[in-house]
Write a protein that binds this ligand. Structure first.
Ligand SMILES: [Fe+2]
Length: 534
């Protein structure tokens, strides 16, 4: 089978290479496509040997070998393979860069990663993103740009000329189009193209039908196209247009990955989306738990596309997005630059958006492994956050969006005695707690601890009257394979409720009330609720 595949790839590469010469012109899309096919072929040939070497290394390890010893031994595979010197050096560099993160894992490297994944770390096995060369996969939409915009992101295995999105207000009649920007990343042997297209000029509160692809591969008319024909979404209402008693509903999740437990959470979110009972989803970090194994990104993104192609899926960076310096997450889940016309990087994935009565300010708690120096006073993110909060707290802004919610992956208040709660949370409080209180933030949402916990309004660890300080909710129970974190028998006085059941936070707002419900994904039961009024 492998020989057949290799022969087919070789033939395809040869044909395409000839085509480039015959055409005698520079077609960058074609050149990238040829390069991708060469890469797939080359990695495919190296992969079996690498896997055999990894199995050999693994079998030679002592049964009580430490994780550090295991990673160090596996790193020697680069030297054991008959690679040219430049590939050997690249292999060693890739593995050395990843080794500290592999060591930090809570799960044994040998359990967590297959030989294929380990070889993919060093780019000796290919991880094709997609099942077929040109069929769009793993579609999600997101807000976060200017008013009247919706971003759509998808992947294809091969590059294609002039990828685009098309949209319109009538199903199947796509009257508008825009060019997509294409990108990729080489880490972890991943082979594919990420396309991002921004639909503009969209009217508030209107439903739009859309599709993605390229005229050279016209999936929009293909009877066997794998995607549903009715991809659509509803735009947020115009600021101030939503009647005071109308409700905006979203779900906050964190710490998921592709597990049986997260399947139950995702099934309930999908059901709400199908019932049009949900406006957007907020995923506060630790998204796909790929942890360097880039094939898991596709596995997770396929699971969420049942709803993420139909309503905004808003993401934040978590620590499990750190692998390869955050680059795969940064490219697979694009958000706007913090300032219009500014540049983006994995450390600048912070942004804000509004929907109905709610303003969401999404932070990046993960630069420098959770120490987030950019959030400290004087840091770029801190400066940006203060400007956002100040603008959000004016009477005019509050009249349009009464509720201001700040969200980030790591907690600022959590009740157990982990390093996260006793060391990191105080650092975040020192950096931004006064800002949140000064500008009357209503609610802070996070994950990272694999538990649910809710505080009173609290400032400097002192219980405050309603409205005088934010309430902090940690909801990191999306379904992580790492299990749950626990809730202490004697929590601090400001912690009023905690539990460990996998599930999600359901948030509903009108102009005068904000209601949260912590829902057990297995039973659908509400385990905790909170009502804020203003
Ligand atoms: Fe985390």
């Amino acid at each position: 089978m492998r020989t057949t595949t290799g022969t087919r790839w070789t033939a395809t590469v040869a044909v395409l290479a000839v085509a480039v010469v015959v055409l005698g012109c520079v077609d960058s899309g074609l050149a990238v496509r040829v390069e991708h096919e060469r890469e797939l072929l080359e990695l495919d040939e190296l992969c079996p040997l690498c896997k055999a070497v990894v199995l050999d290394v693994e079998s030679s390890l002592a049964t009580n070998a430490t994780e550090e010893a295991i990673v160090k031994a596996l790193g020697k595979m680069c030297g054991l393979l008959p690679l040219p010197s430049e590939k050997k050096a690249a292999c060693e560099a890739e593995f050395e860069a990843l080794a500290p993160l592999l060591n930090k894992s809570d799960e044994s490297v040998l359990v967590k990663y297959t030989p294929r994944s380990i070889c993919a770390f060093a780019r000796l096995c290919a991880v094709p993103c997609c099942a077929t060369p040109y069929t769009p996969e793993q579609i999600h939409i997101s807000l976060g740009g200017s008013a009247g915009e919706m971003r759509v992101t998808w992947v294809t295995l091969m590059d294609m000329p002039a990828p685009m999105c098309k949209w319109g207000t009538v199903q199947g009649e796509y009257t508008q189009s825009a060019a997509a920007v294409s990108d990729t990343f080489p880490n972890g042997g991943w082979v594919g193209m990420i396309h991002t297209c921004v639909m503009t000029g969209l009217a508030p509160d209107a439903r739009y039908y859309y599709t993605v692809g390229a005229d050279a591969h016209p999936y929009w008319d293909h009877p066997n196209w794998a995607l549903p024909k009715d991809l659509s979404f509803v735009m947020p209402p115009a600021p101030g247009a939503l009647p005071p008693n109308a409700t905006t509903v979203f779900v906050q999740v964190a710490d998921m990955g592709a597990t049986d437990a997260s399947d139950r959470t995702l099934a309930r979110i999908s059901a709400m989306a199908l019932d049009s009972a949900l406006d957007f989803v907020l995923h506060a970090g630790d998204i796909g738990y790929a942890d360097g194994a880039t094939d898991l990104w596709g596995q997770f993104k396929r699971k969420i596309s049942s709803f993420a192609a139909y309503l905004p899926y808003q993401t934040l960076r978590g620590n499990h997005e750190d692998y390869y310096d955050g680059v795969p997450f940064f490219k697979l889940f694009p958000v706007p630059a913090p300032t219009p016309g500014g540049t983006r990087s994995p450390d600048t994935v912070y942004y804000s958006f509004t929907y109905g009565h709610v303003r969401i300010i999404a932070l990046n708690s993960e630069d420098d492994f959770g120490l987030a120096p950019s959030l400290a006073p004087g840091g770029a993110q801190h400066v940006w956050l203060e400007a956002e909060l100040k603008a959000a707290d004016t009477p005019a802004a509050r009249a349009l969006h009464p509720w201001v919610i700040v969200t980030m992956h790591r907690p600022m208040y959590c009740p157990d005695h982990s390093t996260d709660c006793d060391t990191f949370a105080p650092l975040f409080r020192e950096a931004i707690e006064d800002l949140l209180a000064t500008y009357h933030v209503d609610l802070h949402l996070s994950g990272h601890r694999h538990s649910y916990s809710r505080t009173t309004p609290v400032l400097h660890s002192k219980i405050m009257p309603a409205g005088a300080a934010p309430t902090y909710i940690v909801c990191g129970v999306g379904g992580s394979k790492e299990g749950t974190s626990g809730y202490p028998a004697s929590p601090p006085p400001w912690s009023v409720f905690g539990a460990n059941d996998f599930g999600y936070l359901h948030v509903a707002t009108t102009a005068s009330t904000l209601t949260t419900k912590y829902v057990d994904a297995s039973t659908g039961g509400v385990l905790d609720s909170l009502v804020l009024t203003r």
